[in-house]
Design a binder for this molecule. Structure first.
Ligand SMILES: *[C@@H]1O[C@H](CO)[C@@H](O)[C@H](O)[C@H]1NC(C)=O
Ligand SMILES: *[C@@H]1O[C@H](CO)[C@@H](O)[C@H](O)[C@H]1NC(C)=O
Length: 708
């Protein structure tokens, strides 16, 4: 290589370096994760009171917990020095409230601090000054900044200047607004920086930290300026956690409209204000009106724990609380893993399930997802559970339960903001792209995008001819992952099993291993999907069909998990009936593989006609959706719409039977799929062929009074 070439190359590198616009305007710090890829830290807020109001006790507990968790750093959510921040860089409060309080060896880590409104009442520049860092090297306080910790990106946001009241009605307080004028452009620039930092982040976890609440049932409640201006940015960028102080409590609110967890850790000193407001119990996961801290450990692996540690509860309360902490921690693990299950929550000392059941005894549940069962193992109340181990099993949670809930596994899927829900239905598909499977997939991608679908339903026969041979059968990739590649199809898939799936290794399709390979995959024998306006009950129909047991021909079925067929079926029917009866949803939809009514090759499934149909009729089910017959079909009978979407690949069988033309609205003997868009008042069903042409459109109104 000639010298000039090398020089040009270096110059080019140099110019790239120089001209590459810096990713965000916010100051940026790097904090490497532990060698094992994990990260632990404490969060404390609203603390600096020279040790008073239990500040010292909280600090002592932080030291102990910090050592146990081998924390990497500490986050302060602001209000670092009461009542009016620091008077200057030489204010002794810096020693009396920070240096001399947090003395434990484990707390000799980096502290990342934001400012609270009380800090703005003193000399703000003092807290930001490097002089404090010279005094105590742990101290790092800036208005807004970024900490990149590899797996997690933290954006610290200066929230105080957002709050109008401090400007328009400061009462007796004097705020130090030097450095944030003019306010309007300060805030606009800050929001832009936060947005672009989040957009550019490739970290697995996105965490935003500020002093003020966004959602809180505490004394200050929501900060409406942040709800208006900051929250949309957090939602758009799919932030995982928003962590704040301000309210002097510990709180977790799990938003039902976005995946964001709102965590308040403001229990660093004065607490026990006693004025908790009402909050939607579906979202309100935890409220502790006392001193405490929050710890978070994240890892690159699937498990992530968030715990609230009361630092100064009396001994007797401690045990009970520990168990409740475990529940919170493990719950989050489950939520992350299955996306949407939220089984247990805490309500003033009792543990209450999402459906309002109160748990009375303590049990340890092993949720064996691969066989769709809950194993219940009693455990000792006082027992310390090595929950790291539980986490590894990653399907275990603890709860106290009175067994009586419906046995079907339950998932939740949120509506769009406008209250509507759209999804596609495809069936009988897995043939490595052949028989037009790829063409159907392509059109699904286009329609999926147009309808902004929320999820996809598969009516079974997912893998031809004989299901999967095991968890590592390449057919999973060849027939699913590599086929349904359109961006709009990167949504949750809810799958049931068909008779062809039962001819392979059934457990493989139910296994979480597949979900790890492709996070869209969710297959269970029978389960409930609660999508607010609509409740879907997915029913395992294959075990109903006598022929597969009595005259299986050359096929071998994998009946593991259906050992006692009679009980299996009667329990299942009871569960389906119970789920439909308990449902308050506007729309009730049952999904299964086999037909109930069909003019296609297989025709009606007499076992379902006899046993399942009466339950659907009795519970005013709106639709029964199935596959099995490789066609697209709509039969409208007795107030129930029977919709067959089994055109995912091979079709054109050509043996259609007669059906009453009054009931038969569509029969298409070819490939295609179905879409449904529903609101509270209407459902629109469309069938498409392999070119994306609409074959049939049907709209079902929902009378407001019918449900009553
Ligand atoms: C300190 O903590 C104990 C135990 O939670 C509590 O009873 C007491 O009221 C707290 N003191 C203050 C000043 O908050
Ligand atoms: C694929 O779709 C086209 C158009 O509907 C059809 O003519 C053709 O027969 C299909 N191929 C197969 C193998 O089904």
């Amino acid at each position: 290589m000639s010298l000039t070439l090398i020089i040009t190359f270096i110059a080019l590198l140099g110019s790239l370096y120089v001209f590459c616009p810096s990713s965000a305007e916010l100051p940026w710090f790097e904090h490497p994760a532990k060698p094992d890829g994990s990260l632990s830290f404490l969060v404390v807020g609203d603390w600096g009171r020279r040790g008073a109001y239990n500040q010292t006790k909280v600090a002592h507990q932080m030291g102990i917990v910090g050592e146990k968790l081998k924390i990497d750093f500490i986050i302060s959510t602001g209000d670092n020095f009461y009542d009016d921040g620091l008077t200057g860089v030489d204010d002794v409060a810096f020693f009396e409230s920070f240096v001399n309080i947090y003395t434990a060896p484990s707390l000799a880590k980096q502290w990342y601090n934001v400012l609270g409104n009380h800090d703005y009442r003193g000399d703000v520049e003092a807290q930001l000054s490097p002089v404090l860092r010279d005094i105590d090297s742990r101290w790092l306080c800036l208005r807004s900044f970024i900490v990149n910790a590899e797996i997690a990106e933290f954006i610290f946001v200066d929230t105080t200047p957002f709050v109008d009241k401090y400007f328009t009605d400061p009462e007796d307080h004097v705020y130090d607004w030097s450095g944030i004028q003019p306010r309007k452009s300060y805030l606009a620039n800050l929001l832009k920086d936060v947005d672009s930092a989040l957009k550019e982040s490739t970290a697995k976890w996105k965490i935003v930290v500020g002093h003020h609440t966004i959602k809180s049932s505490g004394h200050h409640g929501n900060t409406h300026e942040l709800n208006l201006q900051l929250l949309p940015i957090l939602q758009e960028n799919e932030v995982d956690l928003y962590i704040n102080g301000h309210d002097h409590c510990l709180e977790r609110i799990s938003s039902t409209e976005s995946g964001i967890q709102f965590l308040t850790s403001g229990g660093g000193s004065k607490a026990w204000k006693g004025d908790i407001d009402w909050w939607n119990p579906k979202e309100d996961k935890f409220y502790y009106d006392g001193q405490a801290i929050l710890t978070i450990s994240t890892s690159v692996k699937r498990f992530d724990m968030i715990s609230f540690r009361p630092s100064i509860l009396p001994e007797t309360d401690q045990t009970v609380f520990k168990l409740q902490l475990l529940i919170l921690e493990i719950l989050i693990a489950i939520k992350r893993d299955f996306g949407g299950i939220d089984v247990v929550e805490r309500d003033s000392g009792e543990i209450v399930a999402d459906d309002g059941l109160r748990f009375e005894f303590l049990w340890c549940f092993r949720l064996v997802r691969s066989v769709g069962e809950l194993q219940v193992l009693p455990i000792n109340m006082g027992m310390q559970i090595p929950f790291k181990k539980l986490m590894l099993l990653h399907i275990i949670f603890i709860a106290c339960l009175r067994l009586s809930a419906a046995e079907l596994q339950r998932f939740e899927h949120r509506l769009k903001h406008d209250g509507s829900l759209s999804f596609l239905v495809v069936g009988d598909w897995g043939r490595r792209g052949s028989y037009n499977q790829s063409l159907v997939a392509y059109q699904m991608g286009l329609i999926g995008e147009k309808l902004e679908i929320d999820f996809v339903i598969s009516t079974g026969d997912n893998f031809y001819e004989d299901g999967l041979t095991g968890e590592d059968d390449p057919a999973f990739l060849d027939s699913f992952t590599s086929i349904y590649t359109a961006p709009s199809l990167q949504k949750q898939w809810y799958n049931v099993l068909g008779n062809h799936d039962y001819r392979g290794d059934v457990e493989a399709q139910l296994s979480p291993v597949l979900t790890r390979k492709d996070s869209r995959w969710l297959c269970s024998r029978s389960f409930i999907l609660d999508a607010e306006i609509a409740e879907f009950v997915f029913v395992d129909t294959t075990p109903f069909v006598d022929e597969y047991f009595e005259d299986p021909g050359d096929s071998t079925y994998d009946w593991r998990g259906v050992y006692r067929r009679k009980e299996y079926l009667s329990d299942l029917l009871k569960d389906v009936d119970g789920a439909l009866k308990n449902s308050k949803a506007k729309w009730k939809i049952v999904v299964g593989h086999h037909t109930i009514k069909s003019a296609g090759h297989h025709g009606v499934t007499k076992e379902l006609l006899l046993r399942l149909l009466p339950i659907l009729e009795e519970n005013n089910v709106d639709m029964y959706v199935n596959g099995h017959d490789h066609c697209l079909q709509h039969i409208s009978s007795n107030g129930i719409e029977f919709l067959t979407s089994g055109g995912g690949s091979k079709a054109w069988r050509g043996d259609r039977n007669w059906w009453s033309p009054e009931e038969l609205k569509l029969y298409y003997d070819g490939q295609g799929f179905m879409s449904v868009k529903m609101t509270r008042s209407e459902a629109v069903v469309l069938f498409y062929d392999v070119h994306g042409n609409i074959l049939h459109k049907w709209s079902i109104p929902k009378e407001p009074l019918k449900a009553a």
